[in-house]
Design a protein around this ligand. Structure first.
Ligand code: AMP
Length: 560
């Protein structure tokens, strides 16, 4: 059986094509979304999804999240005694989805179509395919997320040429893609985005607003209290989906603080974030050589597009209403529709814009903040979406007196903060000693159609130069390595499927215990002990009743 999978940064989900339509597949906990989180617990047991996410709160060092960003790199995550690459971690998530699908559909699932961001390069696509193989899935196709979302909206069904802008605002990233559908051909015209802008930023604005109302400086709060504030802000934010005002309450230093925040007030506080969104939108439209009114359809994807502030902003900017599908599941539904198309032996042909550099490439510099030289600033050299092949040179100067070497870091990414971007390598050149700013160094980046980046660093006064060639994903796994990892995953002990709900509840109890104080702690402790007792000795029905009881107790404590 073939399934479609949205392998997301925050959450993943699977869907299939049955009886002429796409159908979402629930996981073992009965939910559609499985958090893309993997952990290894104190007994070496592998946790995936919701239990891993819960475990990560108290044991962040033994859990891995947002590993999608490291697909196709040689970054290694250490979880307990396990060392894993992003492909393997994704493989763990995919295997969990595969098992859930098998349980739900009652048949073996061995093939998949997996979605990836439009800006993923060949190596990241290959890494995604390998993640599928590690999970025991044959990946028949990799589909672009915006294309999948557009398919879910029925775009491209007719004979008309349609231009569509896919606006994807997730928890931590914002991506815009402009696609053109013509018959069964999809052309990706432009991709733009901000890797550090998402729903979490809207939560932070609300948290700040709340603290300001209560005249509390965020720095004065300890991490746990701040976590509680953020959690309350997250809940308050989601309530705006169908209300004009929302009340937020948090206990700080044993005092219950409460504020009602109106949507207008919140919207006003979000202007900076909306401005950043506008910039990315304008850039993508400019890159696609289009005008706003030449976009036929707007498709919203990602949980944060549920925020009325974001919707209103889009409606105002484009002067039309976006579609109203569930933004969390549109990509998976699209991937499932693609499964349907595939089994009918038809195919949607995607033309990915390959003649642009999908990321900004740059280096780190220091800049004066008026008082002293501050390092960790990003100097973009080749901007994202620049048509390739391209060659650009920037000149930098020595940053301090008596400097003898210049270290040029080769970075890829969009963050203003250099260390937030991906490091591709570095070049060190010697420079003659002298006062700050005396020596000039030319940095030339050349990016060719095979995604090869050549960097030449030249010291102007001495003519000394050094060169490196960076190949986007030379750390690709070999077929044997994929097989090895597939086997390794098979012998790694996993938390038993039917115990998942109990495990999740116990982990949640442990977290709440840490977050609570005296009276609640006692209640949690006793309730957890009782539940553990029931788990050890009682039958299924009794366990289910005890689980419900414990869940209600924890809900009550968490609500407060
Ligand atoms: P995603 O990465 O697509 O799963 O999106 C996650 C983001 O969507 C998080 O920042 C959530 O806070 C946000 N989100 C989910 N539901 C809502 C809602 N009803 N209103 C506002 N934001 C939401």
């Amino acid at each position: 059986m073939l399934i479609g999978i949205d392998l997301g940064t925050t959450n993943s989900l699977a869907a299939c094509y049955r009886d002429g339509k796409a159908e979402l597949i629930p996981n073992r906990l009965g939910k559609f979304l499985t958090p893309s989180v993997v952990a290894v617990d104190e007994n070496g047991l592998l946790l995936v999804g919701e239990p891993a996410k819960e475990y990560a709160i108290l044991h962040p060092l033994d859990a891995a999240k947002v590993f999608k960003r490291s697909m196709g790199t040689d970054r290694v995550y250490t979880l307990g005694l396990q060392k894993m690459r992003a492909e393997e971690l994704s493989g763990v998530v995919l295997r969990s989805l595969k098992e859930d699908a098998e349980e739900y559909l009652g048949c073996p699932v061995d093939e998949a179509i997996i979605s990836v961001p439009a800006y993923f390069n060949e190596f990241q696509r290959k890494a995604t395919q390998q993640a599928g193989e590690i999970a025991g899935l044959k990946v028949l196709r990799i589909i672009n997320e915006p294309t999948a979302a557009a398919l879910a909206y029925g775009i491209g069904d007719g004979d008309r040429d349609e231009r569509c802008l896919v606006f994807d605002l997730g928890g931590g990233t914002f991506d815009v893609s402009i696609l053109e559908f013509y018959k069964s051909i999809v052309e990706v015209h432009a991709v733009a985005g901000d890797n550090f802008l998402g729903g979490e930023d809207f939560t932070s604005v609300l948290a700040e607003l709340f603290l300001k109302k209560h005249v509390i400086a965020p720095e004065s709060l300890d991490i746990k209290t701040m976590n509680r504030v953020m959690k309350a802000a997250e809940q308050c934010k989601c309530r705006f989906a169908d209300a004009h005002e929302s009340t937020m309450s948090v206990t700080v230093d044993d005092t219950l603080l409460e504020s009602t925040i109106t949507l207008d007030e919140y919207e006003f506080a979000c202007q900076t974030l909306l401005g950043r969104i506008r910039k990315v939108l304008e850039r993508s439209i400019r890159d696609a050589n289009l005008k706003l009114n030449e976009i036929d359809r707007i498709v919203l994807v990602g949980g944060a597009t549920r925020l009325p502030i974001v919707r209103k902003f889009v409606i105002k900017l484009f002067g039309r209403f976006p579609g109203t599908l569930d933004p969390d599941t549109a990509v998976a539904v699209g991937a499932a529709l693609q499964c349907g198309i595939k089994t009918r032996d038809k195919e949607i042909r995607e033309i990915v814009l390959t003649d642009v550099c999908p990321f900004t490439l740059g280096t780190e510099i220091s800049m004066s903040n008026g008082v002293f030289e501050e390092s960790d600033h990003y100097l973009p050299i080749i901007e994202r979406n620049t048509v390739i092949p391209v060659s650009k040179t920037e000149t930098v100067y020595t940053a301090y007196d008596k400097q003898t070497r210049v270290r040029v870091k080769i970075l890829q990414g969009e963050s203003r903060i250099a260390s937030n971007n991906l490091s591709l390598g570095e070049i060190i050149v010697p420079v003659p000693e002298g006062p700050k700013g005396q020596e000039a160094v030319d940095i030339t980046y050349t990016y060719d159609v095979n995604s090869l980046l050549e960097v030449i660093v030249k010291v102007l006064s001495t003519g000394v130069s050094r060169k490196v060639v960076v190949q986007g994903g030379k750390q690709k796994l070999s077929d044997e390595e994929v097989q090895e990892r597939f086997e390794k995953l098979n012998y790694l002990k996993q938390n038993p499927r039917d115990d998942e709900e109990n495990r999740l509840l116990l982990l949640r109890g442990e977290r709440l215990y840490e977050e609570s104080t005296s009276r609640d702690r006692q209640v949690i402790d006793e309730s957890l002990m009782q539940f553990e007792q029931v788990l050890k000795s009682r039958g299924r029905a009794e366990i289910e009743r005890a689980r419900k009881r414990l869940s209600e107790i924890l809900d009550k404590i968490e609500e407060y």
